[in-house]
Every structure is written in C-alpha cells, then in structure tokens.
Design a protein around this ligand. Structure first.
Ligand SMILES: *Cc1c(COP(=O)(O)O)cnc(C)c1O
Length: 226
C-alpha cells in the first residue's frame, strides 16, 4: 500500500504542477488536500510518510478515532462534510479547517466552541453553485451577507469558499461554475478571502485553471470508495 499511495501521490503532484503552469499560476500555489473518508488510518499514514500533511474528513465519528491513532503525526485536519449542530463542538476542537460552513448558526457555534488555547479555526463557506436541490451550501445570492455576518466572529477566520459543482465530463463545462464563483468572490474584496477550495479527482485541472488554491482529492489517491 505504501508504494501504491506514494506513486499516486507523485502522479497527483505532477498533475497539479502541470495545471498550475498551464494556468500561468506559480508553482506551489495550489495545496493538495488528501480526502481520506472511509479509508483506514494506515492509508493516511502511508500518504504522510510520502510527505502529505493536509487531510480531509467528512464524518466526525469516523475522523476522531483516526485522529487519535495518528496523534503523533503533524497533520492538519480539514472537515469537509455536512455539519450537524450537535457535532460543532467536536469539529471546533479537532480540526484546523472547516470547508463546509453554510449557515450563520453553524458559524456562531464553531466560533463559540473553538478553544482559546487553539489558533483561530479557518472557515470556508460552502456555495451550492449549480443550485442542486440535493447539495448543501448557500446560494450565490446569499454569499455577501453570510460573509459579512461570519467575518466578525471571534476565534474563527473566514478564509474563502468551497463548492462541489454538478459533475461534468468536458473541461470547458467544468470550468464555468468555478469561474462564476471566483468572479463573485472578486466583488467581495473587503473580506480579503484567499482560499478557493475548488476541485476533486474528476475536475482538478479545470478547478486550477479557474483559481483553485486547494484541491480535495480522494479517489485518485486512495482508490475508489465502497
Ligand atoms: C469525497 C469528497 C471529495 C473527494 O472526492 P474524489 O472525487 O474522491 O476526489 C472532495 N470534496 C468533498 C466535499 C467530498 O465529500
């Protein structure tokens, strides 16, 4: 497993480098977030040994035991799944980043529950850019107001936006939703947002072409999920 994950990691790193160059973006301007949901701690350890430091999890009850098992590792944990109110305390105390904030209520809870002893919790607001009924996230129209409400909360730091567009096969079509969200954020300069959590296994190059600063990659690194 070590060699397989190491090889896949190198392949993804090259894809990111290539997409950065193609988009005239600086080398290293896109961070790789390894999405380890449903995968065992051993898989995370293998990626860690190959130099990966940022990992994303979707379910609190699954993430906590893995975090415990990997407690000796210097990992930056990102929460990227839907957030239930009764899980905000665990999220606020066990993660460095949350990509999936989609209400003021959840942001307020994370703010109130982030321990003073920890650095501010990095927050991205999740936008449902393709307006799919099945997906979480706010609509683009709601983004300016939620930014304004969240930006002032203590112990959290509003960093940017995350989105999961409707799947598309063709590169040009994959670009459009990211471009739309990127341009909307450009109108919100006062919030100094620096993070675009854009791109997964199927659309990493398009996301980087449209300004991604963080790609969330699961399948290409750890294999298909059951
Ligand atoms: C599972 C998941 C990913 C990873 O998707 P892959 O297609 O496996 O790379 C990225 N982002 C979110 C929000 C996810 O839930």
């Amino acid at each position: 497993m070590m060699t397989l994950i190491h090889n896949r990691l190198n392949q993804i790193r090259s894809q990111i480098q290539y997409a950065e160059m193609a988009a005239h973006r600086g080398p290293g301007s896109v961070l790789l977030l390894a999405v380890s949901k449903t995968k065992p701690a051993e898989a995370i350890a293998a990626a860690y040994q190959a130099g990966q430091r940022h990992f994303g999890e979707n379910y609190v009850q699954e993430a906590l035991p893995k975090q415990q098992a990997l407690g000796a590792f210097d990992i930056s944990w990102h929460f990227i799944g839907p957030i239930q109110s009764n899980k905000t305390r665990a999220i606020a105390t066990h993660f460095a980043w949350v990509h999936s904030v989609d209400s003021l209520k959840i942001a307020q809870r994370l703010s109130g529950q982030r321990p003073d002893t920890m650095p501010p919790l990095n927050i991205c607001l999740q936008v449902n850019i393709s307006d799919e009924a099945s997906k979480s996230g706010i609509s683009l129209d709601e983004l300016p107001e939620l930014c304004a409400q969240v930006a002032g909360l203590p112990r959290i730091k509003l960093r940017g936006v995350m989105t999961v567009p409707a799947p598309e096969e063709v590169f040009e079509k994959q670009c459009l939703p990211y471009r739309k969200l990127y341009q909307a954020v450009a109108q919100l300069g006062q919030f100094k947002l620096d993070t675009f959590s854009f791109g997964m296994t199927g659309d990493l190059a398009a996301a980087i072409a449209e300004g991604s600063t963080m790609v969330r990659i699961g399948t290409a690194l750890f294999g298909v999920r059951q």
